[in-house]
Design a protein around this ligand. Structure first.
Ligand code: PLP
Length: 297
């Protein structure tokens, strides 16, 4: 494959209004995370990871010998005040997932900017926007613009909005300096040619992107309505999933799976009473709700 992912990189740079050298293309967002950790983390340094959140942040950090400091969510939101209190001279990387997987809340710009302004000298932030396309909250910051001003790398993926998860393609945006270090560490041919071509083509399909966003926003609203009718507590989400409290999350997960419906049990995130449900097509959602009602009964 094209080692530089030249066509895709140029296209992304054009869309985002940055230089091509500010875009790192990875074998899925997971590859961006793993190269990020390999590039910047040394043994004994600290990373801060909210809890619950996407589990690879802690994993890629531990592999590099970094110490993982966790910061509990407050009312299901990433708590930047708590994270700030955990910063030390050894803090190298702070992982922020916005919208957060599995809870779906965003980090608003009015909180993020002062946080970035107060970072200690050697610390940087990975802002994971794998679900950013689905956000309709006007407080969602223009993270790419912030990546030009602060030690910040923004992660995005073609797996969610474009449904290309099986091809493995994602990217990071940051300063040319930070991205340059990551480009020296990655495998030279980390992204296969089919994924590069598919991602470049996907960027041209604005109609598909808009339809997917609309379907997800509509699906979120109808899941909320159904959960209200079932009197189940849920967290309002800016992503393509909803976190909902069902009692015994593992039991509901198992029973749903036996009926052919796969959700994510909250226990893997340390929330055993919850499940995370991804928005599907309307027919799939009906099927899920029908089976959920039976399982809960
Ligand atoms: C899915 C996901 C990613 C990246 O997924 P890839 O398939 O590796 O591109 C990154 N972060 C979060 C929070 C995700 O849910």
């Amino acid at each position: 494959p094209d080692s530089a992912a030249g066509e895709l990189r140029a296209k992304l740079a054009g869309k985002l209004g940055v230089e091509a050298a500010q875009v790192f293309v990875g074998n899925g967002g997971d590859d961006v995370l793993s190269v990020l950790a390999r590039t910047f983390l040394n043994e004994g340094e600290e990373v801060i990871v909210p809890a619950p959140t996407f589990s690879p942040y802690a994993h890629v950090s531990r592999i590099m010998g970094a110490r993982v400091v966790t910061s509990p969510l407050r009312e299901f939101r990433i708590d930047l005040e708590d994270i700030r209190a955990r910063l030390t001279g050894r803090t190298k990387l702070i992982f922020l997932c916005s919208p957060n997987n599995p809870t779906g809340g965003i980090v608003p710009g009015r909180e993020l900017v002062p946080f970035l302004e107060g970072l200690p000298p050697r610390a940087m932030v990975l802002l994971d926007e794998a679900y950013g396309d689905f956000v309709d909250d006007p407080e969602f910051p223009d993270a790419v613009a912030l990546a030009g001003r602060f030690p910040l790398i923004v992660l995005r993926s073609f797996s969610k909005i474009y449904g290309l998860a099986g091809l493995r393609i994602g990217y990071g945006v940051g300063s040319g300096e930070l991205i340059g270090y990551m480009d020296r560490v990655r495998e030279p041919f980390n992204v296969n040619l089919l994924a590069q071509a598919a991602a470049a083509a996907a960027l041209d399909d604005e109609g598909f992107r808009r339809r997917a966003i609309e379907a997800v926003r509509e699906g979120r609203r109808s899941l909320y309505a159904a959960f209200k009718r079932l009197e189940l507590a849920y967290v309002e989400s800016q992503a393509n999933f909803v976190f909902v409290r069902v009692g015994d999350g593992d039991a509901v997960f198992e029973a749903l799976m036996r009926r052919g419906v796969i959700v994510r049990p909250g226990s893997v995130f340390g929330c055993p009473e919850w499940i995370r449900v991804t928005v599907g097509l309307p027919g799939e959602e009906e099927r899920f709700l029908q089976e959920l009602r039976r399982v809960l009964a």
